[in-house]
Ligand binder design. Structure first.
Ligand code: NDP
Length: 326
């Protein structure tokens, strides 16, 4: 443990669109925010090729480019962006304590949690290879489906997300093959019925992914195994979508912050407030429904404004700025 404890007005944990937007607002409100980037600087968007649905980019923008620009914008207002991983927190007292890389201790008046969520992947080698190459593996149909217009794609998963994404893809793609590992859906009946009643979605039950096939650069198909008959088949496809759930990156907060049973942080509806005063949440760490860059950015703004008001109420010498309301 270090013997010098740093004191901050506002600490932002996480560097996706939620965290950087919170930083822009907090910095412009004279809160001198410090933002820790975490293990995946830029967050989930850095694994997306082209972002075409974020307002203000008429020609689209790559995920990494957009995150670099958000970082620059936050730094322009003097956000202190740092490398480092918050490994422990203690929100039991008036001062919120956090530890960076298990060593550096920071005491914060306000903490904004923007740690996001991570898409789950199957973890097989060929999937990871084409994911890293940006060659046709995606965990977000809304983000990437457009690039597969009139193509054939495969999607794995059987929950509400998979059904929603398969249905979304069916409107863009020639054919969607859905791989369901058991003989039934996990999704709600209405969502399952929707995919079952869509003509260009083929559902293969009891079917698992053996290998994502490709030419070394891009995906060309998927080899699947029927776990009942043990038969394999190759399905031609240019896109392989994985929709087997997300995991919010919230484990370190669980002793202090109220969460649902899957780890999503509970916020006061319509606000960024958590159950702990002075600790705010934004982005996918609290959102399993929309999960979009633009909604994350919106809640990042809300978190900073809520933090600013909290500071103003606590300390009469800290005034709510007018710049954020212009
Ligand atoms: P879920 O955890 O509900 O479903 C995950 C699915 O992925 C399951 O069908 C599971 O199979 C399958 N799966 C997991 N691991 C593998 C694997 N290795 N290989 C193949 N399949 C695998 O996650 P969702 O993201 O779908 O939903 C999360 C929450 O969000 C749910 O509460 C859901 O209801 C909600 N949601 C609601 C929506 C809405 O109402 N519009 C839209 C999207 C989500 P198995 O069933 O065999 O375990």
């Amino acid at each position: 443990m270090s013997d010098t404890i740093e004191k901050l007005k506002c600490l932002i944990i996480g560097s996706g669109p939620a965290g950087y937007t919170a930083a822009i607002y907090a910095a412009r409100a004279n809160m001198s925010p410090v933002l820790y980037q975490g293990i995946q600087p830029g967050g989930q968007l850095t694994t997306t090729n082209e972002v075409e649905n974020f307002p203000g980019y008429p020609e689209g923008v790559t995920g990494p480019q957009m995150m670099m620009e958000l970082q620059k914008q936050a730094e322009r207002f003097e956000t202190d962006v740092r490398d480092g991983w918050i490994t422990k927190v203690d929100f039991s007292g008036d001062v919120h304590k956090v530890w960076v890389n298990d060593t550096k201790e920071i005491h914060c008046d306000t903490v904004i949690i923007s740690t996001g969520a991570s898409a789950k992947y199957l973890g097989i080698e060929s999937e990871q290879k084409y994911l890293k190459l940006g060659g046709g593996v995606s965990a977000c149909a809304v983000c990437d489906g457009f690039f597969y217009r009139n193509h054939e794609v495969v999607i794995v998963g059987a929950g509400d997300s998979a059904c929603e994404e398969a249905h979304y893809l069916s409107k863009l793609c020639k054919k969607v093959t859905m791989l369901v590992r058991r003989d039934e859906f996990r999704a709600s009946k209405i969502m399952a019925a929707r995919v079952q009643n869509t003509e260009n979605i083929e559902i293969l039950f009891n079917t698992e992914t053996e290998e994502v096939l490709g030419d070394g650069q891009v995906v060309t198909g998927v080899r699947v195994l029927n776990n009942k008959t043990k038969e394999t088949q190759d399905i031609p496809a240019t896109g392989f979508f994985v929709a087997i759930g997300h995991k919010p990156n919230t484990d370190i907060f669980k002793d202090f912050i109220d969460m649902d049973e899957t780890g999503y942080i509970k916020n006061v509806p319509g606000r960024a407030l958590t159950n702990v005063e002075g600790v705010f949440v934004c982005g996918d760490a609290a959102d399993h429904v929309y999960r979009q860059a633009v909604t994350a950015a919106g809640t990042g703004c809300m978190a900073a404004l809520d933090a600013e008001r909290y500071l103003a109420a606590k300390d009469s010498s800290f005034e709510v700025s007018t710049s954020n309301y212009n």
